[in-house]
Design a protein around this ligand. Structure first.
Ligand code: PMT
Length: 423
């Protein structure tokens, strides 16, 4: 039986790393020198690579000064190529961060184009690529950009941000490049130790649909974003992830095994089938507590005469997470609670009633968090404490949650009945 080592606080690992900072032509390029400065000040070796249009927004002289290296911007620069050719440069990189990344750059990368030095490096490298998009909010929301982003995520590219707020063009909305600190944090995570290595993690996400008839169902507003973010973070942290999700259009996070389901009963069956050997179960899915007693085989017709009310008889669904917690050899079980009033007392009661090791409560009556938003704020509750997870992106909250779970349950996860059960 092998012993699993899980570190509580992952060390920062950028010192001595070779980072290519790619800069494309957007107003947010004015933040690039601060990003480069922040990276060099913690010991990273930074090579700046600019696209042609980046020169309209920030000077190569400034970037050379803060990086301590001549800026590269030309695929055909004989002098630079003689010192380190672009393939060598692609191999030199431990990571590439493109900040800001314009809509045009996202499209080029999604299409696999290699028209300049930066896009060529991105194609030629084996290193992780992180992209910090920055563009007008309408351009970010455009279906073509959404398609390109989905393609890049599928290709394993990390998309960091964008943030939301006032834009240089006068608009308000998503499309602002994240601040240099957040970008450095994202790079640090790339080199963080795989804190969940050797562990199997099952995550449920999204809504369920409970059929009324062949064309109608009972459901809720869950988009799956929070559960998918946790699945992505767990996979990045080295876990073997099974993601069981209700209907959603979200792309499958890199490295996760995905099982699509519709109803609570489907979810129950899928969870039970794969439960043996799991070390951690995180129930983020918004599961319908009730379903119609009997789904009609044909579409229910509207009553033309008679009563103007209709009664739907419901029956209780199986409680998926409670069944996991009550299994013979349960994994560490973490639930979510979506509450609209008395959030903390309600969640405390729910955790005890369902016999969960921990519960994460989000007050979904608050605007801008919870169902279908890109942000969340929550409180993690376990036997011995409670911890507020401040308002942040769902991606950030996912990582913070996993870090905390590992910290709190480090001993428990190393117990033979849990972490090392099948290793
Ligand atoms: O998907 P997003 O748009 O990103 O939104 C995220 C979210 C708001 C859905 C998420 O953060 C969240 O709160 N998920 C839990 C929602 C919920 O159903 O809460 P609940 O209080 O009804 O359920 C408590 C726990 O029991 C949950 O872990 C749930 O998965 C589980 N449950 C509930 C009923 C049931 N029949 N089986 C279950 O396993």
């Amino acid at each position: 039986m092998s012993n699993i080592q899980i570190s509580g606080a992952p060390p920062v690992g950028l010192a001595g790393r070779n980072i290519i900072v790619g800069i494309t032509g957007g107003i947010a390029a004015y933040k690039a020198p601060a990003l480069v400065r922040a990276l060099t000040s913690i010991g990273a070796n930074v090579q700046v690579v600019m696209s042609a249009s980046a020169h309209q927004f920030v000077t190569a002289t400034t970037l050379q000064a803060v990086s301590g290296r001549p800026v590269r911007d030309d695929l055909w620069d004989e002098g630079a190529e003689a010192a380190m050719g672009h393939i060598e440069l692609a191999r030199w990189a431990d990571a590439i961060m493109v900040a800001p990344a314009t809509a045009n750059f996202l499209a080029e990368l999604a299409a696999g184009l290699a028209g300049d030095l930066l896009s060529t490096l991105c194609l030629a490298t084996d290193a992780p690529i992180l992209i910090a998009p920055a563009m007008n909010q309408a351009m970010w929301k455009h279906p073509a950009t959404a398609r390109n982003v989905a393609t890049l995520i599928n290709d394993g590219v990390g998309i960091i941000g964008p943030g939301e707020g006032a834009q240089a063009c006068g608009d308000f909305g998503p499309g602002r490049m994240l601040e240099p600190d957040a970008l450095v944090g994202a790079l640090e995570k790339v080199f963080a130790p795989p804190i969940l290595e050797g562990l199997r993690v099952m995550i449920t996400a999204g809504p369920t649909r409970e059929a009324i008839d062949p064309v109608r169902y009972i459901s809720n507003h869950s988009s799956g974003k929070q559960g998918f973010a946790i699945a992505a973070a767990a996979a990045r942290s080295g876990a073997d992830v099974t993601l069981i999700c209700g209907p959603t259009n979200l792309p499958t996070p890199q490295g996760c095994r995905r099982i699509d389901i519709n109803s609570a009963q489907d979810l129950f069956d899928a969870v039970q089938a794969d439960l043996p050997g799991q070390h951690i179960f995180i129930g983020v899915a918004a599961v319908a507590d009730y379903r119609p007693l009997a789904a009609a085989e044909q579409k229910i017709k509207k009553q033309v005469r008679g009563s103007n009310t209709m009664t739907l008889e419901l029956t209780e669904n199986p409680d998926v997470i409670a069944s996991v917690a009550q299994a013979a050899n349960p994994p560490l079980v973490v639930g979510f609670a979506a509450e609209t009033q008395n959030a903390l007392p309600a969640a405390r009661e729910k955790r005890l009633r369902k016999q969960l090791d921990a519960i994460v409560v989000n007050d979904v009556s608050q605007a801008g968090i919870g169902f279908n938003s890109d942000h969340n704020a929550a409180t993690l509750i376990w036997d011995e404490g409670e911890l507020a997870l401040q308002l942040q992106s769902k991606d950030q909250l996912a990582q913070a949650l996993l870090d905390q779970l590992v910290r709190i349950f480090v001993t428990r996860l190393a117990l033979p009945n849990h972490a090392s059960a099948s290793i």
